[in-house]
Design a protein around this ligand. Sequence first.
Ligand SMILES: Cc1cc2nc3c(=O)[nH]c(=O)nc-3n(C[C@H](O)[C@H](O)[C@H](O)COP(=O)(O)OP(=O)(O)OC[C@H]3O[C@@H](n4cnc5c(N)ncnc54)[C@H](O)[C@@H]3O)c2cc1C
Length: 437
Amino acid sequence: MPEANGSREIGGWPISAFTTCCTRLQDASDRFYLTWMRTVLIAGAGIAGPTLAFWLKAAGFEPTLVERAPGLRSGGYVIDFWGLGYDIAERMGLIAEINRVGYHVQELRIVDDAGRRRAGFGTRVFSELTDGRFVTLPRSELSRLLFERVKGRAETVFGDEIVALAEEGDGVRVQLKHAGERRFDCVIGADGLHSAVRRLAFGPQPQFETYLGYVVAACEVAGFRPRDEDVYVMYGQPGRMIGRFTLRDDRTLLLFVLVADRAAVPTTLDRQKAMLQAAYGAGKWDCPKILSELERTDELYFDSVSQIRMPGWSRGRVALVGDAAFCVSLLAGQGSALAMISAYVLAGELAAAESDHARAFARYEARLRGYISAKQRGAERFAGAFAPKTRAGLAFRNLVIRTFAVPGLAKLAIGREIADALPLPDYHWPLLARPAA
Ligand SMILES: Cc1cc2nc3c(=O)[nH]c(=O)nc-3n(C[C@H](O)[C@H](O)[C@H](O)COP(=O)(O)OP(=O)(O)OC[C@H]3O[C@@H](n4cnc5c(N)ncnc54)[C@H](O)[C@@H]3O)c2cc1C
């Protein structure tokens, strides 16, 4: 190495200058690291949770997912998926897989006691309104695909849950039921309609829940006959609706919706089955067969149809996304997409605000509140049409649906609900993981 004025050089530069330069670079990188590599605990690995973990990773955060179930939930019900949720899934590289596991429903058919078609419409209108970007798939499949994009890249704890939260100084001390105490910079509740994070940080659920007057149940069964490929078949009686949808691998999804008092919503499997048996026992069409399948199942999704309306979605270093923050209910037909949108926007705002979580939470809410409120109002308006309480109401609902066969009318009726009046913001994602080719 050449010597100059008694000091050593690298590439013509004195070694001392080189070392100073390296130290400064290291300091800058440490500052960058401290500012950006922030730890975020996400409760819930459903739809919003893995989406949030993916985009936080893309921005350089260290997310940890804690999921109460021992593994990803399977079965359940199918969801329609389109709009901005579809766009986000595309940005995550998931569209080909989503369309592969999904279904392209051709018809929604309402039948009478004898199974004759009474009303319905071809669902091509959804496809037309969304440029073909509309697919129906099991919620559990969407959850699995989203989770696979973060599997092995974000710490995940299954079979555990947050039982206590305490904000202190520049972080949140969290007590996990099994794993004990941990500390994170922020905690996000993505734990659904009955969010524990919401209860712990904001207060009991009844403060925020608006019950829409229905309970919903769903299960998957094997070997059911008949099978109507790509048709959603529904049968209604006053205050009750029962439907079936043919799945691959000889499986069928059964869906039940009925009017019920909030206080009467049962919590044990036996009582839930008994409630459904009582409600549909006198039903005609496929009801007897469906009820005997129901008796055999021990995996029944059963819940109230409710919305969550909160004055704010964050408190200190704790925030909520998806159903935990603003459940719109199944009546909106878009809750999964909204869960993904909220996760994407929250991650983007956290990244844009660097270490200022308060600014990020405020901007997240400012961007989405009006949009979500409109979706909630739309779902509430639709509530009466879902399972009309009287025979006259049923007949009127069927009449309205029949008019959807008139060219242009369906577009006029549902176009506004289908359109997403929110531009998806673009954020900077320095570590965006491209899917494997
Ligand atoms: C019958 C029915 C039909 C629907 N149809 C559609 C549709 O057509 N289109 C659509 O887009 N949406 C639909 N939805 C709504 C959609 O399923 C939800 O809006 C969406 O799943 C919300 O996602 P999420 O991640 O916020 O909550 P969830 O999907 O509920 O996930 C929450 C996760 O948190 C976990 N969890 C719960 N408590 C805790 C805890 N204490 N600690 C840790 N983890 C916890 C749960 O196990 C779960 O994995 C429908 C809903 C129902 C019930």
